[in-house]
Design a protein around this ligand. Structure first.
Ligand SMILES: [Zn+2]
Length: 372
């Protein structure tokens, strides 16, 4: 494992006032802001936007993006045509940051970019070269998108999902604002916390894991176990939220070096076809995949020890989810007959084959049946 390119993203923890000061000192003239109207209101960013408008030539894309598709990228790129931005500032959840990465990946200053051309580039895993910087301000703690060099783009026709994965897409700057994260409701707090947990666990047992990855991942898991339930009891406590932000950045750094494994691979059809939130979909199979991986990865005992006093991984996850989030497929209008189809569409290259134990469709069917 080479550690030289550990993380080139400059990461700063700031409060809302400091965020504004930092964003007014950026070395650009032309800036694209990706932030939904909803985020604008929720985080009270009226003054922030006014200040940006005074300081920069600003183009604000206000669409609310959840699970960006080629069509959404096309509309965004149409709005950008001729603007020639120097940087994209994304304020929002993982999807807003993925959207910013997609915009950078396919930005073309001159001609119109069609949805077909975007699909073709996604299939060929090509991006366009440009010097646009990405500044990420994640408003949830869990996706790790602020420190990874990839983004998920979902097919408009819901047939597949694409991944763009290039060094150039890693954000240059990340501002972590625990005050914003403290606005997340209980369900979002749980699902994003579980996503962070899955990134850490999957990095830990990934084929590309290393002692450094496992150290980061363990600290991330330990922090989530210590603080996530406290946060659910005291949702507006910013200092507790900051702990979960740290856990999320740590798991982001861990899986930025390994990518994910079987749980993420199995989750994609569950999210695309059955709209199960990403963090829930990945957590559904964590305990079962951990069991399958038994004996196949290093420092396993140290990982399991973190859950020992909580009755194991499954018991811990169910306790966190409580009555608000179900980890059972039957609660998402999925029939037992659909499981085989889901299993067959769950093999994402670079994810399933990154699992330390090889899983075939029959294994995935058994895993899914045990979560029914
Ligand atoms: Zn994830």
């Amino acid at each position: 494992m080479v550690y030289s390119d550990f993380c080139r993203t400059n990461i700063e923890f700031v409060n809302a006032g400091q965020l504004q000061d930092c964003c007014l000192r950026l070395p650009y003239r032309k800036l694209v802001l990706i932030m939904s109207e909803q985020a604008h209101r929720r985080y009270r960013l009226e003054n922030f936007v006014h200040a940006l408008e005074e300081q920069y030539e600003l183009l604000w894309i206000k669409e609310s993006v959840s699970y960006p598709t080629q069509g959404m990228l096309k509309s965004g790129l149409d709005a950008l045509r001729g603007f020639e931005p120097e940087a994209i500032l994304a304020v929002g959840g993982g999807s807003a940051i993925d959207f910013a990465k997609g915009m950078k990946a396919f930005y073309n200053s001159g001609e119109e970019v069609t949805a077909g051309a975007i699909t073709e580039h996604l299939q060929k895993k090509q991006i366009r070269e440009n010097q646009i910087d990405i500044i990420a301000v994640p408003t949830t703690a869990g996706t790790g998108a602020e420190v990874t060099k990839w983004a998920t783009i979902w097919d408009d026709d819901k047939r597949c999902k694409y991944s763009i994965d290039q060094d150039a897409l890693k954000p240059d700057q990340a501002y972590i604002v625990p005050e914003f994260v403290a606005q997340a409701d209980r369900k979002l707090t749980i699902t994003t916390g579980l996503d962070s947990m899955a990134h850490a666990m999957e990095a830990y047992w990934s084929k590309k894991s290393s002692p450094l990855v496992r150290g980061l991942a363990r600290e991330s898991i330990r922090t989530t176990i210590q603080y996530l339930e406290q946060i659910l009891r005291n949702p507006s406590d910013v200092s507790l939220r900051e702990k979960q932000c740290v856990a999320s950045v740590l798991s982001g750094l861990a899986f930025s070096m390994t990518r994910t494994t079987a749980c993420h691979s199995i989750s994609y059809p569950l999210t695309m076809q059955y709209h199960i939130p990403h963090g829930t979909a990945v957590a559904m199979t964590l305990a079962q995949v951990a069991e399958r991986n038994q004996g196949a990865f290093e420092e396993e005992e140290e990982l399991l020890a973190l859950f020992a006093e909580h009755g194991g991984i499954r018991a811990y996850l169910e306790r966190v989810c409580g009555t608000e989030v179900s980890l059972n497929l039957r609660d998402y209008q999925i029939t037992k007959e659909a499981i085989a189809d889901i299993a067959h569409s769950s093999f994402t290259l670079g994810r399933m084959d990154n699992n330390p134990v090889e899983l075939d469709a029959e294994d995935v069917i058994e895993i899914l049946e045990s979560t029914y």
